[in-house]
Design a protein around this ligand. Sequence first.
Ligand SMILES: CNC(=N)NC(=O)NC
Length: 302
Amino acid sequence: KSNVAVYYGQGAYQPRLSHFCQETSLDIINLGFINVFPKAVGDWPGSNFGNQCDGTVYEGTELLSGCHQIWEDIPICKELGKTVMLSLGGETAYEDIPTDEVAEWFADFLWYSFGPPGQNDTFPRPFQDNQVDGFDFDIEHYGGHGYATMIQRLRSHFADFPDETFYISGAPQCQLPDAQLSDAISNSHFDFIWVQWYNTAACSATNFLEGNGLFNFAAWAKVIQDSANPAAKLFVGLPASEEAAVDGFYLSPAEVYPLVDIYMNLYPDMFGGIMLWEATASDNNTINGYNYAQHMKHILHE
Ligand SMILES: CNC(=N)NC(=O)NC
């Protein structure tokens, strides 16, 4: 079963999370973003979820403390069988992780604040007693080190809850080697890799349409085969509308179909599905009565 993953949190005039959890075409929802990273042990990260939350932050931090729509809606999403990930990074973040100690602190903060409740009450609960299903690394710049350490630390926490399943995912740019996440992918265990096959002309999905050999799904498949987790699922990341990407990188559903058909069948075990940037853009992009994510779901189930 291949999945549709969407980013949620940065959409223009976006509806609340539960609206998207009611869409049967969506399987995985990446809540974006934790967009301020700690610079030292003890620093708190910061967050931004666009028009959601009430603007209040924990005293002296940039971590939102009033995300009532999100803490109210996560139970609805879980009830509807959605996987809800918390995404780190995004467009505005300065994602430098200076030392392994900071990496481990950051991982601990995320786990005690957004993982299973009741573990360590010296940490805040921005989504109250809700726990996310894992952490997504959307590292757009300044990355390159510290992520493997974070992920190893998070996985050691995951092991404390053997009856529960937690995931690690990443959203590298399509250019290889990805400056931000290559080290992490080689040295730590990812479950999902959704490559941003847009906004980078040298390797984007639009190259597939031109048949010029630059679309590099096969090269990414090899990266995963050689990675710390060869069983990681590889997703095709696409813009959900014209406006959602840099000009010229949008593919219509009809253009997506042959690409997915070929690679889903060339890599039946590794192919994980489609990632979309982002949820509200997909909702606003209706073609023949279906929104973009619905078209993607149809293509995956052809
Ligand atoms: C404008 N920022 C983005 N397009 N970010 C992403 O696509 N992250 C997966």
